[in-house]
Structures are given as C-alpha cells and as structure tokens.
Write a protein that binds this ligand. Structure first.
Ligand SMILES: Cc1cc2nc3c(=O)[nH]c(=O)nc-3n(C[C@H](O)[C@H](O)[C@H](O)COP(=O)(O)OP(=O)(O)OC[C@H]3O[C@@H](n4cnc5c(N)ncnc54)[C@H](O)[C@@H]3O)c2cc1C
Length: 394
C-alpha cells in the first residue's frame, strides 16, 4: 500500500491547481503529495474551453502563462436575447481565451510535474473510506492510504459520492458540437442565414438566452475555437434544470435552431453531452480528512463556468491543507466559511442568486428587457459579480 500524506483524486484544473498552490505555499509538501488521474494526458474532456480573465489571473499568480497553450482569443463576449444584447470587451486584452481541454490540462499537468509533484496516470479511484487516523482510497490498482484526500474528480466523481452519499445534487445538462467555421460550402445556406464573419461573429463568443421562455434555464453558445491548429466553432446548449420541473424540455432543438440560422445542420455533426454539478449554498464541501474542489464542490450555476472556479478552489484548499498540517487538525470545519468569505464564494453565491432570479423570470418580455434594454444594470452585474472576482481571492 502506498502512503502519500496528501492524495489528490483527479488531475483536472481543480486537482492540479490544489497541488500547484500547495507547492507554492508549502514547498516541503510537494514530495508528500500524489495525484491519481484515471486517464492519460492529453485526455479528452468535454468543455467549450472558455478561459476567463479570472482564470488567467490565478494562473499568473502561480507563475504560469496560459498563452503558451494553443488558443483563440475572442475579442468580445456577447450576452444576447434573440441575437442582440450586451457586449463585453476588455480594453486591455481579449475578453475570453478559448482553449481545448486536452491541450490545456496536459500543459497544466506538465507544469505540475516540473515542480516536483507526482501524477500517476491510468489509475481509477473506486471508493474512499475515512477513519480517525486517515483515509483509505481503493483503486483499480490497489489501495492507497493518506492523511488528507482532495476530491477533484469532477461532476460525476466518486469522492463526493463516497463521503456525502445522501447530499442533494444539482446538475446542469450540457450538449456540445464542434463544426468548421463555415457550413459545408456545397450546401446552399437557408435564405435567412448569415455566414460566419459577415456580422463579425468570427471574433466573438456568443451566449444567447433565447431558450429561457421554453423552460431551458440557460443559453445557447457559439465560440470561436481551434482543433489541431485549424479554426473551428464550438457550439452548445446549457440548462441548469432550474425550470424543468420534473419534465426536461429537449435540449437539441434550440441548439439546432441557432445553428440553422448560421447555415449549419446539427444532425451533420457529433453531439456530445456531459453534466455540470453546480454550486448551491447548501452544498457540503468537506468532511474530516476529505476536502472537495472544482466541480466536485460545485461550479457556477448561472453560466456553467468551472475552469476558473476549479483553479480558485485549488488556492483555497491548499491553504486549508497547509493549516491542517500545521495545527494537526484535519476537521476542515472552517473550509466552507472561508469559501463563503472569499471572492470565489462571493461570485458563486452571486451567480447562484442570479440563476435563480433571472431564469425564474422566464417570460420573453423580461428576458428581452433584461438583456436588451437594462444593459447598464446587466453591465454592472457582469463587471462586479461575473468578472474580476479573483482579485478578492483571499
Ligand atoms: C460541455 C461543457 C462545456 C463547458 N464549457 C466551459 C467553458 O467554456 N468554460 C469553463 O470555465 N467551464 C466550462 N465547463 C465546465 C468545466 O469543464 C468544469 O467546470 C471543469 O472541468 C472543472 O474542473 P475539475 O478539475 O473540477 O474537474 P474535471 O475537469 O472534470 O477533472 C476531473 C479529473 O478527474 C479525473 N477523474 C474522474 N474520476 C476519477 C476517478 N474515479 N479516479 C481518478 N481520476 C478521476 C478525470 O479524468 C479528470 O481528469 C464546461 C463543461 C461542459 C460539460
């Protein structure tokens, strides 16, 4: 049986960030950490790859430069209702950096290993059993015993299910499609369709909330991206499930409608789906000796953003772990309070509140009013609660 002091389950942004932050604040712990990742890098992760400015700020503080990863820089983010609405630009740089997760996570894992932290790939954790003196982590390749375990294994992870089996789980449904930047040139576009680039779409990342009146508490997105260096578009639809009320409206229809407007047929492409577990103030985020980060703890309910959050959870969890060793107290009973007081907790709470407010006022007239006419209010909300929270990451 292997005995690391700190065992991190999952080598996505949440797990890798926890390790990197711990190495930064307590370098002596680097050799006492082990990350278990069930896949091999570069591994696929379904994700649109929108990296917000906050994610980049957290990486910069770790001495990491996200521009090293292949990306497309979207100059503006457009929050629309039926094609028009609020435009967000960053005067100093891009509004959103769009990466592919196979490339981003492999890059982050390499940086982590370069700082002396071991990642064992191809090991799947099956169960966790904690007791007073430590945690036994059962895997498909034998048992590990650790003093502290970090559950960073994502929305469907085994860590949270093992330690909090009866906790309510709130998940969003998400579908994603990758297409070339132009529809098949051999197919005539429908008369009403606009070609990519004609209206400046090629430069922007779009979120359109037109499906809300149809009981889809979310939006359809359309981001510029690249796959193996080739310019592509990433489309998708996000639904928090806040309006489904037991019945789940079909998700494919609004996505197909939006793509058709641009001359694309959804059925011509491979559609993939994956859930996002989102934050609710009632979520438990730790038990003695086990601490959750990233989607395992809860992502943004409003937009389904989770990369920056996972990176930020890592910073908070690292401080809790460092303190646990210094005080010899592994209860983690202050983690939730400290999360709530941090910029991360504040933005998660604000986004949870916004999701419950804005999606429950689902009428077309309200959505029209909010996204198109109340732009100054939406702008203030965006700048104060959606962006710039990482500066308050204490
Ligand atoms: C379709 C879609 C689009 C999205 N688009 C965006 C976006 O544009 N921007 C954004 O910020 N967020 C986006 N998200 C959310 C984002 O992908 C997640 O919030 C983010 O990946 C969370 O990081 P994490 O480290 O917590 O989990 P993950 O990235 O899921 O990493 C978990 C890791 O744990 C490993 N693992 C899982 N189970 C085990 C196990 N039993 N044993 C060992 N290892 C295990 C996995 O292989 C994985 O490497 C999107 C999500 C979806 C589904």
């Amino acid at each position: 049986m292997s005995h690391p002091d700190i065992l991190i389950i999952g080598g996505g942004p949440g797990g890798l960030s926890t390790a990197l932050h711990l190495q930064k604040i307590a370098p002596h712990l680097a050799s006492r950490m082990l990350i278990l990742e069930k896949e091999h890098y570069p591994r696929h992760k379904l994700c649109a790859g929108g990296l917000s400015v906050d994610a980049e700020i957290i990486l910069e503080r770790l001495g990491l430069d996200a521009s090293e990863v292949p990306h497309v820089a979207a100059k503006r983010m457009q929050f629309d209702f039926e094609g028009r609405g609020l435009s967000i630009r960053n005067s100093k740089k891009h509004a959103l950096r769009v990466i592919r997760r196979n490339e981003f996570d492999a890059w982050l894992a390499k940086k982590t290993e370069e700082r002396g932290i071991e990642i064992r790939q191809g090991i799947t954790v099956k169960n966790l059993v904690s007791d007073e003196s430590g945690v036994t982590v059962q895997t498909d390749q034998g048992d590990f015993r650790a003093q502290i375990v970090v559950g960073a294994d994502g929305s469907n992870g085994v860590a949270r299910r093992s330690i909090l089996p009866r906790e309510p789980v709130y998940t969003a449904r998400v579908l994603e499609v990758i297409t070339p930047i132009q529809p098949d040139p051999h197919l005539a576009p429908p008369p009403s369709s606009k070609k990519m680039g004609e209206d400046g779409r090629g430069q922007a990342a779009f979120f359109d909330f037109f499906p809300v009146p149809e009981n889809i508490a979310g939006y359809v997105w359309d981001f510029p991206t690249q796959v193996n260096g080739q310019a592509m578009r990433c489309w998708g639809v996000y639904d928090t499930n806040l309006l489904s009320d037991g019945r789940r409206p079909p998700l494919k229809e609004p996505l197909a409608d939006e793509m058709r407007k641009r001359g694309f047929e959804l059925d011509d492409y491979e559609v993939k789906g994956y859930p996002i577990r989102w934050f609710s103030p009632e979520n438990k985020v730790s038990v003695p000796r086990v601490i959750l980060v990233g989607d395992a703890a809860g992502a943004d309910p409003f937009l389904g953003e989770g990369i920056s959050m996972a990176l930020a959870y890592g910073s908070l969890a690292a401080r809790e772990i460092d303190e646990a060793f210094r005080r010899n107290d592994f209860s983690f009973n202050r983690y939730k309070f400290r999360l709530a007081c941090s910029g991360l907790g504040q933005t998660l709470f604000a986004r949870w509140f916004l999701a419950n407010l804005i999606y429950s006022l689902k009428w077309k007239w309200f959505q029209f009013l909010f996204w198109r006419l109340l732009k100054p209010i939406a702008n203030v909300i965006a700048w104060n609660f959606i962006l710039n929270w990482s500066k308050r990451l204490k």
